[in-house]
Write a protein that binds this ligand. Structure first.
Ligand code: GMT
Length: 380
């Protein structure tokens, strides 16, 4: 099958999922075309099965806002025609589903009928999508997609609550390629980060408000008062400066390392003892899954789709949002007992194995097959 994938190319869960899905589909013999404004960060290898087409938005003094949707729709139309693409899969509703639907309609003028799948990832629904400025357009483009998928049961429920959806939403959870983690790193350079007696706590995100970064610091502050520990903060975003300042004010700057964005998070997770994800909400929490596959237990909030990934008392612990005290207590409970830490590490890996890509990829392939039938029915 020739498939076009539209996604955000930057560091962030939806782009990572879209990229890994495309790579896996190419591995199954499909021809995959990524269409976005920059080469996706995790897309390292291009081949005859994996193509990348860049969307350019020419600058013009009259434009206060660059019309990215327009440029994306046009690029989709041209690429679909040129490469004989048979199916369009857009990740993140805004503005991808909208631009994709426009491309679909333009192509129909030329007698080309292409099915479109929209995958909802989270903030496209929970934060941005239900804003009154966007809501009608988001509702419209979700309803006009041939198939809609969401990455968790919780996100499906929220979508049905927030929007007037006339479509069935299929839940296809995010996934991980467990073969990439089947052997442990031999070059895991723990000593570069911490002393032997120090526990390593990690947080990875795009440092937005929704991640409750101050809670990450507060939990770590509580931990380091009781046991020797280091905190590794991976990522970039608007809350990073505040976080650096907060560490300074608490006098723990020497124990906190801000690494910036990284393409090699498994090299960091391989020596981590605990992962913190106290978010306000997560539709899924891919970062937690990536930690768990690397045998890192997770201390998280219990909101959104997180409980579908991090299992309380098994792969880590869940607490109410903002309950820093409970999260700190749970973290210390795991970290202060070496045997227990080992058990949680193995359990985290076992839970993560359930999200292996080999189980999830066929779900997408069967949704693709279904999309052709739905598109045919909608068209004729
Ligand atoms: O919010 C982010 O961290 C980025 C965002 C994205 O779309 O790139 O992540 C959302 O999608 C991920 C992949 O499906 C999920 O794992 C994240 O939980 C979700 N983020 C939120 O719901 C806040």
């Amino acid at each position: 099958m020739k498939i076009a994938i539209v996604c955000y190319p930057t560091f962030g869960g939806s782009g990572v999922v879209a990229t890994e899905l495309g790579i896996a589909l190419a591995g199954r013999g499909h021809e995959v075309h990524f269409i976005t404004y920059k080469q996706p960060v995790r897309l390292e290898l291009l081949s005859n099965k994996i193509h990348f087409h860049e969307v350019h938005v020419p600058e013009y003094p009259l434009f206060h806002y660059q019309p990215y949707e327009l440029a994306l729709s046009s690029k989709l139309v041209d690429t679909i025609k040129l490469y004989g693409i048979e199916l369009l899969h857009v990740h993140y509703a805004i503005p991808h589903a909208y631009a994709g639907y426009m491309a679909k309609k333009i192509l129909e003028e030329d007698g080309i009928y292409i099915p479109m799948i929209t995958t909802l990832h989270g903030t496209d629904i929970t934060l941005v999508g239900n804003h009154p400025f966007y809501k009608p357009a988001v509702t419209f483009s979700i309803n006009k997609s041939d198939i809609v998928t969401s990455v968790s049961e919780n996100l499906k429920e929220k979508t049905l609550d927030f929007f007037e959806i006339e479509k069935e939403i299929e839940v296809i959870p995010n996934f991980i390629d467990t073969t990439k983690y089947s052997t442990q790193f031999t070059d895991c350079q723990r000593s570069l980060m911490a002393e032997d007696d120090e526990k390593i706590i990690t947080h990875i995100s795009n440092f937005r408000k929704v991640k409750h970064i101050p809670d990450v610091i507060s939990i770590f502050n509580g931990i380091q008062k009781e046991i020797p520990a280091k905190l590794i903060m991976v990522g970039e975003g608007p809350e990073k400066e505040n976080a650096e300042r907060m560490c300074e004010d608490l006098g723990i700057s020497e124990k906190v390392v801000f690494l910036g964005n990284s393409n090699e998070i498994d090299r960091i997770l391989c020596f981590s003892d605990l992962f913190l994800l106290p978010s306000k909400s997560e539709s899924f929490g891919l970062a937690a899954l990536e930690a768990m596959i690397n045998r890192v237990p997770v201390i998280s909030s219990n909101t959104g789709g997180i409980p579908e990934v991090n299992i309380h008392g098994v792969s880590g612990f869940l607490s109410n949002e903002r309950d820093v005290e409970d999260m700190t207590k749970n973290a210390l409970y795991i970290l202060q007992d070496e045997e227990l830490l080992k058990t949680f590490k193995e359990q985290a890996k076992k839970v993560a194995d359930k999200f292996d890509i080999t189980k999830v990829l066929p779900l997408y392939e069967s949704v693709y097959e279904k999309a052709f039938k739905v598109n045919y029915k909608n068209t004729y």
